[in-house]
Design a protein around this ligand. Structure first.
Ligand SMILES: [Fe+2]
Length: 383
């Protein structure tokens, strides 16, 4: 048995916990760069409150609020410039996975011993990094605890992670209250990402007893509460369980890695500019069906965590969940065609996540999964 535990120095979880942001930040630096996007948090005025509290604590804050969905390398380079000009000594990232990923990349790359493009091409990020405080406003990526940042090179059309120990936040503040203003569609998509990550970490070839404990609880929390969080965004228990599940899935994947759903999601998401969680939900049922024989004992345990009777019930249950949450449309409806498949196969096979899938896919397998998704077919063997 071999495994590594990679996680922040501190993770604090609880309703209203964001009020402690100034305390944690001031322990790390006096000139924070706050990184965020144009989120629901901002529209609600909550972000201004947080900024005000940080300034009132004596911090000299610079704001970088230009993070877009599925962020680009150019955005990170602009953020690095802002961090250098401000002479930032700590990065505070607040927002969805995109804002956290950009904040992490700025902190790890601004003073690293290499260039962002090299790291995006696969070289590990090394050298000096700024400490990071991360507070998610969605229950999705788990980026508040992971050592990677997913970025898109728009010129090349390549979506990939940069990775390194310096990307792990020093402090993660997981406050479910920050997710209350997230609209239903975003709640559904980000929640599907968290659920997919929990399942993929659990059946990954990199799984260990450590990641299993986290992943199984994440499967239970996200699988049991995602529908309610979408239907009733003000339900405190649903938001709390989703935030917990997302956090635990992030901790699990930081150790165990992921699988073929994420191997597919990055190239497909980049090509058609689709939300990451939507693409996860689009591929999850078919990939689970593909992996069934290779991971049958684990399907039984995952099914039990969801209150299902047997492992064979898992794929139909997940298929219905993804359909109900609006993630099962044919990719042809967003401009995909079978003519695109050739260009997608190699990036899927060479993706870092694909290497941890419990069943090694062939080029033909990937072609078939892409074709089914484009045409909107249900996983094989189902009505
Ligand atoms: Fe993901």
């Amino acid at each position: 048995m071999e495994f590594a535990i990679r996680c922040p120095n501190q993770v604090v979880f609880g309703w209203g916990m964001i009020d402690q942001l100034p305390k944690f930040t001031s322990g790390l630096g006096r000139r924070p760069l706050m990184v965020t996007g144009r989120s629901a948090l901002r529209a609600s005025g909550r972000l201004d409150d947080i900024l005000g509290a940080l300034s009132a604590s004596g911090a000299v804050v610079a704001l970088f609020d230009q993070v877009e969905a599925e962020p680009s390398l150019d955005t990170v380079l602009r953020g690095i410039e802002t961090a250098r000009v401000h002479e930032a000594d700590v990065v505070v990232a607040i927002g969805g996975g995109s804002a956290l990923d950009v904040g992490k990349a700025i902190a790890a790359v601004a003073y690293a011993d290499g260039e962002l493009a090299e790291f995006h091409a696969g070289r590990e990020v090394t050298g000096r990094s700024l400490p990071i405080v991360a507070a998610p406003t969605t229950s999705g990526t788990g980026a508040e605890v992971t050592p990677n940042s997913v970025l898109t090179d728009r010129m090349a059309g390549v979506k990939a992670s940069i990775r390194g120990a310096g990307l792990i936040p020093r402090v993660a503040i997981v406050d479910p209250e920050l997710t209350v203003s997230l609209p239903p569609k975003e709640t559904a998509y980000t929640g599907l990402d968290a659920f997919t990550q929990a399942l993929e970490a659990f059946i990954s070839t990199g799984a260990s007893p450590y990641s299993d404990a986290l992943a199984l609880e994440a499967i239970r929390a996200t699988g049991s509460w995602l529908r309610e969080a979408v239907a009733a965004g003000r339900n405190r228990e649903a938001r709390t369980q989703m935030a917990l599940g997302s956090l635990l899935a992030g901790l699990a994947l930081a150790s165990a890695r992921l699988g073929l759903v994420h191997g597919l999601a990055h190239p497909v998401g980049a090509r058609y500019a689709l939300p990451h969680g939507l693409v996860c939900g689009r591929f999850l049922p078919a990939v689970l069906a593909f992996n069934q024989a290779a991971a049958a004992p684990r399907y039984h345990r995952a099914a039990q965590a969801l209150g299902l009777e047997s492992g064979t019930a898992l794929v139909p249950w997940v298929t219905t969940l993804c359909e109900d949450l609006g993630a099962s449309m044919p990719l042809s409806t967003v401009g995909a065609s079978e003519a695109d498949i050739d260009a997608l196969v190699d990036p899927v096979l060479s993706a870092g996540s694909t290497a941890y899938n419990p069943r090694k896919p062939t080029a033909g397998d990937v072609r078939e999964l892409l074709r089914q998704a484009i045409d909107g077919e249900r996983p094989r063997g189902q009505a």
